[in-house]
Every structure is written in C-alpha cells, then in structure tokens.
Design a binder for this molecule. Structure first.
Ligand code: GDP
Ligand code: MG
Ligand code: ZN
Length: 332
C-alpha cells in the first residue's frame, strides 16, 4: 500500500518550486475557499479574489483553506496562486482509500472540532480515537463536541454521556455537550471557538450544518444535506470553506469529508498519540514494546485493571494493525 509522504516532504515539495515573479505585482492573501478546481482568497483589506488557479505546483490540490499565499495578478484579469507560506500545521488525507495522492484539507489551524453523537447516529469510538491520534500527530488540538444530547433522556443514555465525557476529559481533551434543539452547550462552544480558526469535522448526520447555522446566523447551510455528490469517483473533490464567526475567528467546513481517515504512522510512534497509553508505557519491560503480547507490558496490565479504557486500547490496536509492515513483523 502506498505510504503517505512525511509532513516535511510535503512542505518541501510545495515550497521547492521556483517562480518567476519578476514582471508582475504580487499580493499576499488568505485562502478561504477551495472548490477542487479554483480558489477564493481574501486580501488584507477584506476584499475577495475569486476564481484563482494554481501555477507551478506539482501535486494535485497542494493549496488548502487556511493557507497564506502569494497571488500573482495577470494583465488579462486572471490571477494565479504562485506560492504558499510555510504552514504552522495542516491536516492531510488520502484522496481515496488506496490512493497515493494526498490532499491537504486545511492549514494553519488553531484546533479541530470533532462533532460526534451517542445516538442517531452513534459515532464509532474507533473513529473518534483515530481522529484524535491523527490530529495529535499533526499537532492540532481537538475539541470534542457531543451533539444531540437532547436525545439522551433516559438514565442509561445519561450514564453513557457522563462516562464518555469523563473518559476523554481524563485523557486531557476538552469536551462540550451540545444540542442545537435545546441550545444547551452552545454558549460554551461559542466561547471555545471565539478568536480561533477551527476545522469542523465529524460523520454526516451528527449536526455539523445545524451547529454552523446556530453559530453563524447568516450561514443558512442546508441541514440534512449529505453531500454525497462531493465524494463520488476516484478523486474525491476537496471542497472546503472558511466561515467567519460573528464574535471573531472562523470555522472551516469541509462538507462531504468524513474525517481525515488514517495516515500511516510508524507503528512505534502510535502510542505517542494516545496520551494515557503513552504515560503508562514508560513502565513496560521492553523499550520497543508494542503493548500487544509482550511480557512485562504495563499497558496490558493497565487495560486488565481498567486504568486504560478497553475502547481506547481497541482503537490503538486498530491503528497498529493497519500498518502494512505489521504483516512482516518478526515474532517477538
Ligand atoms: N435531536 C437532535 N437533532 C439534531 C441536532 N442537531 C442536528 N440535528 C438533526 O440531525 C440531522 C442532521 O443534521 P445536519 O446538521 O445536516 O448534520 P451534518 O450532516 O453533520 O451537517 C438533521 O435532521 C438535524 O435536524 C440536535 O442537537 N438534536
Ligand atoms: Mg452538513
Ligand atoms: Zn507495553
């Protein structure tokens, strides 16, 4: 299976382009929309440059919403993005499951907001944990939003909500429970988003559009629109847009993109992205412990006596068994 290139390679490939800007005035701008074939960027004075195309880039979709770019206007009125400033961070994903190609979903993020639901639909915990681990690998903090809590009326559901909030807060994540129906949690969410640029993620149906509508009154996004049209065929279209929040800050919406999927992490580094597993792993007998079968594994012991959650450990296993090298691993 194709391996995603390392972060440094991607950054390098984007920035290693030599450009001839001699004859044209260039301007700096912030990319606020990516349709997959053209871009919209905002100048410092707030005005928008539309219909921007790329020139001089080798990979497909090298520019993402959140990128600070240099735009070169042409005499015929068209304009090109010709250079990208170094990124603070970014999130990439494969263009499709088995693709060699990668797409940058968003750049220069303060945080990623993962919207999940415990009912209608139930968000899979493996999906949540893969997202959290991947975001940590990209140095992007995650705010977990549990939406549709109005549906969690009965005591069992309430207990589940409390347990999930407790689990992720104990690990160190910020968790906010919301309902776009009752309005519960929306003020807390609003202040967690204020003044920051946040990527909004989550499976379809969890209420992302509803949350955007609640937070940005003039957004009027279609609720219940599954956007299947955006992810058919070999090359998934990257459509994403930066939406300004009334109190300052912005949400980056990528309709049609479920999550960032999995990136290839070196198996030995996966435990770094599960903070509670990493903390315990210091006590494993072997420095190269994979926490699967080794004698003296402190992680296995912690799972056995419930200091590490079984669901988190299952997610850890699901990532390390993804690794194509896993098949060829020598027995311990
Ligand atoms: N009960 C309940 N339903 C919600 C809530 N938020 C959104 N919904 C509903 O969930 C469905 C999917 O919402 P939508 O915002 O389109 O989800 P998206 O696919 O993540 O953008 C719609 O029928 C919404 O009305 C909520 O807090 N509680
Ligand atoms: Mg939606
Ligand atoms: Zn171990």
């Amino acid at each position: 299976m194709a391996k995603l290139r390392k972060k440094s390679d991607i950054q390098g490939s984007v920035l290693s382009i030599s450009l001839n800007l001699a004859n044209f005035a260039v301007v700096k701008a912030l990319v606020v929309k990516n349709t997959g074939s053209w871009y919209v960027a905002r100048l410092e004075d707030g005005s928008l440059l539309k219909n921007l195309r790329l020139r001089g880039f080798r990979c497909t979709n090298p520019v993402a919403v959140g990128d600070e770019v240099t735009v070169e206007p042409r005499e015929d009125g068209t304009a090109f993005i010709v250079q990208i400033e170094p990124r603070r961070n970014y999130i990439i994903r494969r263009a499709s499951n088995l693709s060699r190609e990668f797409q940058i979903l968003a750049a220069n993020l303060d945080q990623a907001v993962l919207v999940v639901t415990l009912a209608n639909p139930v968000t899979n915990t493996t999906f949540i944990d893969r997202f959290l681990a991947t975001a940590m690998a990209y140095s992007v903090p995650v705010l977990l939003v549990i939406n549709k809590i109005d549906l969690l009326g009965d005591p069992d559901d309430q207990a589940l909500l409390q347990a999930v909030m407790h689990l992720y807060r104990t690990i160190g994540y910020e968790v906010i429970a919301t309902s776009t129906i009752t309005g519960e949690g929306l003020d807390t969410l609003r202040s967690a988003l204020q003044g920051r640029t946040s990527l909004l993620s989550g499976n379809s149906g969890v209420g992302k559009s509803s949350l955007i509508n609640a937070l940005i009154p003039d957004a009027s996004l279609r609720v219940g629109d599954v956007s299947t049209a955006h992810h058919t065929g070999m090359h998934t279209t990257t459509f994403s847009e930066m939406l300004d929040l009334p109190g300052g800050g912005a949400l980056i919406d990528t309709p049609g993109v479920k999550g960032f999927g999995t990136i290839d992490m070196e198996r030995a580094e996966v435990d770094h992205y599960f903070p509670e597993i990493f903390a315990v792993s210091r006590d494993c007998r072997y420095g190269n412990c994979t926490h699967t079968h080794e004698p003296g594994c402190a992680v296995l012991a912690a799972v056995a006596d419930h200091r590490i959650s079984e669901s988190r450990y299952a997610s850890y296993l699901s990532i390390i068994t993804d690794d194509p090298n896993e098949k060829y691993r020598k027995p311990f």
